[in-house]
Design a binder for this molecule. Structure first.
Ligand SMILES: [Zn+2]
Length: 131
């Protein structure tokens, strides 16, 4: 498989993971609300699944299959990189695997755990105080 992918697909993979976490939370809420009058969470699920299908359709293979496989294994397939370190397994990512800044956002695979590493352009000044 290709070692990395940049731009729209990288963005879509990150969005898909956010969306999957939303689905998990909504499903949990629906379960909690079962039997009560509040079933809005349950009725939202089909719509969320539609959005998921659309996001998936915008992600080409083999990344789509990779995402599904790694999510099944770890729960979270896409993890951020910080200081060239995978925040999934804390393995150091070789400098040679770091995408060029103009290719970001990009996704590469961690050699340690196989998760999908999300690279975003770093903000050199005070990166921890931007959010
Ligand atoms: Zn890793």
């Amino acid at each position: 498989m290709p070692r990395s992918i940049a731009g729209r697909t990288a963005q879509r993979l990150a969005e898909l993971q956010d969306h999957d976490l939303l689905i998990v939370r909504t499903a949990a809420n629906a379960t909690a609300a079962r039997g009560s009058a509040t079933r809005s969470a349950e009725s939202a699920l089909p719509e969320l699944q539609d959005v998921r299908a659309k996001l998936l359709s915008e992600i080409p293979e083999p990344w789509r299959a990779q995402y599904e496989r790694i999510t099944a294994r770890y729960g979270r397939a896409v993890v951020p990189v910080r200081d060239q370190t995978c925040l999934g397994c804390y393995a150091r990512v070789p400098a040679g695997l770091m995408p060029h800044a103009h290719d970001m956002p990009a996704i590469t695979r961690c050699e340690g755990c196989g998760r999908l590493l999300l690279w975003v352009p770093s903000t050199p000044s005070r990166p921890d105080r931007t959010r």
